[in-house]
Design a protein around this ligand. Structure first.
Ligand SMILES: Nc1ncnc2c1ncn2[C@@H]1O[C@H](COP(=O)(O)OP(=O)(O)OP(=O)(O)O)[C@@H](O)[C@H]1O
Length: 229
């Protein structure tokens, strides 16, 4: 589903590469934690998957396509197949929960009757049934993150990318969010999550890819946050 072949990314004007010779293969339906210290290259990795950047060297494949070679007009279609969730939720404050989730479908041209059917279903899936008419500032942080996940998942993307999704949440709320991501993963969606949250990684026991100074130093299934030899 996602394949990096000897990928190096050096930002313009930087002497050191943000990612260096990274090769990984993530299968459809995998759940992967991307861990590493601040500046180790996690966000760069995620942004290469979204083709926000192109590699300086090497190849990035998503769903069998080498995405650095995609024509620019095909990039929006690639990104529609990848849901994204961030630490700071990024909800539209002047729209209700339902509108935030439905908006993602409207912009890709889905008709109103489809949106009216699928949005409540998706809100139920994330545990927000009955809250569709609330505005984001009327929700807890955990609930806002559920809205963001519903929005990311409403068009059933192949891949869900989560960049520190529990970074602003307390430990109990974080566990709920992880259970939800796990449920989404079990529908067949590949989940790729960058995190500093050792407790979550240790609890979930999924595949762990660890970056250090832009290099993969560990790729372990059923791993924990810290090194385990
Ligand atoms: N747009 C940019 N221009 C120049 N250098 C950048 C840019 N974005 C990131 N870098 C550098 O690339 C390296 C990797 O950064 P990256 O953001 O990928 O790390 P990270 O692991 O996601 O860190 P964090 O956990 O703090 O988000 C760092 O040295 C950073 O300073």
């Amino acid at each position: 589903m996602i394949r990096f072949e000897k990928v190096t990314k050096t930002y313009p004007g930087q002497a050191r590469a943000a990612l260096e010779q990274v090769s990984v293969d993530i299968e459809k339906g995998d759940f992967v934690f991307l861990v590493g210290a601040s500046g180790s290259g996690k966000s760069t990795f995620l942004r290469l998957v979204l083709r926000e950047y192109r590699p300086s060297q090497g190849k990035v494949y998503v769903a069998g396509k080498e995405i650095n070679r995609l024509a620019s007009w095909k990039v929006p279609r690639l990104r529609r197949q990848i849901g994204t969730v961030f630490q700071d939720f990024r909800l539209l404050q002047n729209k209700t929960v339902s509108e935030n989730v439905g908006f993602a479908l409207q912009v890709i041209g889905k008709n109103k009757s489809y949106v009216d059917e699928i949005v409540p279903e998706t809100l139920e899936l994330v545990g927000l049934e009955g809250k569709g008419d609330r505005f984001p500032d009327e929700l807890s942080g955990g609930e806002q993150q559920r809205v963001a996940i519903a929005r990311a998942f409403v068009n059933r993307p192949m891949i869900l990318i989560a960049d520190e999704p529990t970074g602003n949440l307390d430990p109990n709320t974080s566990v709920g969010i992880m259970k939800l991501l796990d449920r989404i993963n079990r529908t067949g969606t590949t989940v790729l999550m960058a995190t500093h949250d050792a407790g979550i990684v240790d609890q979930m026991r999924k595949r762990v890819i660890q970056l250090e100074d832009g290099r993969v130093v560990r790729d372990q299934s059923g791993g924990v946050y810290g090194h385990q030899n």
